[in-house]
Ligand binder design. Structure first.
Ligand SMILES: [Zn+2]
Length: 436
């Protein structure tokens, strides 16, 4: 029977961590009057902030969904942790050593599944980071150097290396007291013919962190010709890793996203690194999946999404990039923020751009963004042959709905007129009416 946490220690933990500090790990808080703070609720999807935090009382309350409570309630609910896991997590943050009734101090047996999986990832990230210095990891260090990343950059992002053998990490984690069941559940190991083996072998490893900075998964890049796996291999879906909900770099970027009211969405791990190192510290990326509805929700809270905030997407200028941009435009409707697109010259991604032209060029790429709807309209129009009446008509059919969805009325009208110009339709009125 696992020990119960000492009541006095529970009280100490409850009072040790200020509620506003805990909540602002998950969403941007702004002054809400009367010494209170407010932001977009993490428990329901909303357009304007009704989630209030009172630092003086140590309580939170949402007037939209009626969720409320203290720091412990908040962490339990937002992280899906048990009561004792929550106390352990907050105690660790505050540097408090907990005493346990009955069984004495035995956190290993006390911990719930979620905490164990996070612990395994923390140990794995340290293991991989250390391996990056090994002789075998030469190829990985070369990969980073070729892309303009030195050792300091690798350390800043915790980049590591998974050894090429079958079970280096698996044996290491077993030695640290993790069970085979925990190892396969975490996605770090997978079933082999004679027990679990390492999922990631001979690859460069990016730790993927959740919004609070806890490692929840890995992105692994192929390095060798004889590796038959995909270019990037990511952690599979686990109790702590859902690819539709993770944003690479959000733990590093969230403060500046909140401060600047702007987020930059890029396509890969190396692009996030290149952006941050160039001074674009608001860059994030999805992990092995397209930017989707769940990502929008997370970003909206970090951004305090409103008409003054902005989301900038970077895409290659090629066909795939255009497709991605059009898909992103679908998400435009889910943001109150303005959405923009930054297309790099020659289709270079931010990582290539930084390598070829330096940090300044990356900052400039983001500065020279243009509205996403303008890009979407142009993309649709250029798909058709405007020499023919049929082509012009088809282009109008596709582009008019995009114009119709522009939120600002004055800008919508301006784009209707521009669309008429692009299509060579002299009767602007006709296009404006069609947009309506
Ligand atoms: Zn709510």
């Amino acid at each position: 029977m696992a020990g119960r946490i000492n009541d006095d220690d529970v009280r100490t933990v409850r009072n040790a961590v200020p509620i506003d500090a805990v909540v602002s790990e998950y969403l941007q808080l702004r002054p809400g009057g009367g010494g209170n703070l407010k932001g977009l609720c993490p428990f329901h999807d909303e357009k304007s902030p009704s989630f209030h935090v009172s630092p003086a009382k140590g309580l939170y309350h949402c007037f939209g969904c009626q969720e409320g409570g203290d720091t412990v309630d908040f962490v339990m609910k937002v992280e899906h942790l048990s009561f004792s896991e929550t106390i352990e997590r907050l105690a660790a943050q505050a540097g408090i050593t907990l005493r346990y009734e009955e069984g004495g101090y035995n956190p290993g047996r006390q911990q719930g599944e979620r905490t164990r999986l996070l612990e395994a990832h923390k140990v794995a990230a340290q293991f991989y980071a250390e391996q990056l210095g090994s002789a075998e990891a030469e190829i990985g260090r070369g990969f980073l150097a070729d892309r303009g990343f030195d050792q300091a950059a690798a350390e800043r992002f915790g980049v590591g290396y998974a050894p090429a053998g079958w079970d280096h990490l698996t044996r290491f984690l077993r030695g640290r007291g993790f069970t085979d069941k925990e190892l396969t559940l975490s996605g770090l190991s997978q079933d082999g013919r004679r027990g679990p083996i390492d999922r990631f072998r001979g690859r460069l490893m990016w730790p993927i962190r959740d919004i609070t900075g806890e490692v929840v998964g890995f992105g692994a890049r192929r390095l060798r010709e004889d590796d038959n796996g995909p270019k990037y291999l990511n952690t599979p879906e686990t109790p702590i890793y859902r690819k539709s909900q993770v944003l690479y770099g959000v733990d590093l970027a969230k403060r500046d996203i909140g401060k600047q009211g702007r987020a930059v969405v890029v396509e890969g791990y190396t692009d996030v690194m290149a952006c941050h190192l160039s001074g674009v510290t608001t860059a994030i990326a999805t992990c092995g999946t397209a930017f989707g509805g769940e990502h929008v929700k997370i970003l909206r809270r970090v951004l305090t999404d409103n008409s003054r905030s902005e989301v900038v997407f970077t895409f290659d200028g090629d066909a795939a990039g255009q497709k991605a941009a059009l898909r992103a435009f679908e998400d435009d409707q889910k943001f109150a923020a303005r959405t923009s697109i930054a297309v790099s010259p020659g289709g270079m991604d931010p990582c290539d751009l930084r390598l070829a032209k330096g940090d300044e060029a990356v900052r400039q790429l983001i500065e020279e963004r243009s509205p996403l709807f303008g890009f979407a309209i142009r993309s649709f129009v250029t798909q058709h042959n405007l020499e023919t009446a049929e082509g012009r008509s088809a282009a109008l059919e596709q582009a008019a709905p995009v114009v119709a969805r522009i939120k600002d009325v004055a800008i919508r009208h301006e784009y209707a007129v521009r669309l008429a110009g692009m299509l060579g339709i002299l009767d602007e009125r006709f296009v404006v009416d069609r947009v309506r």
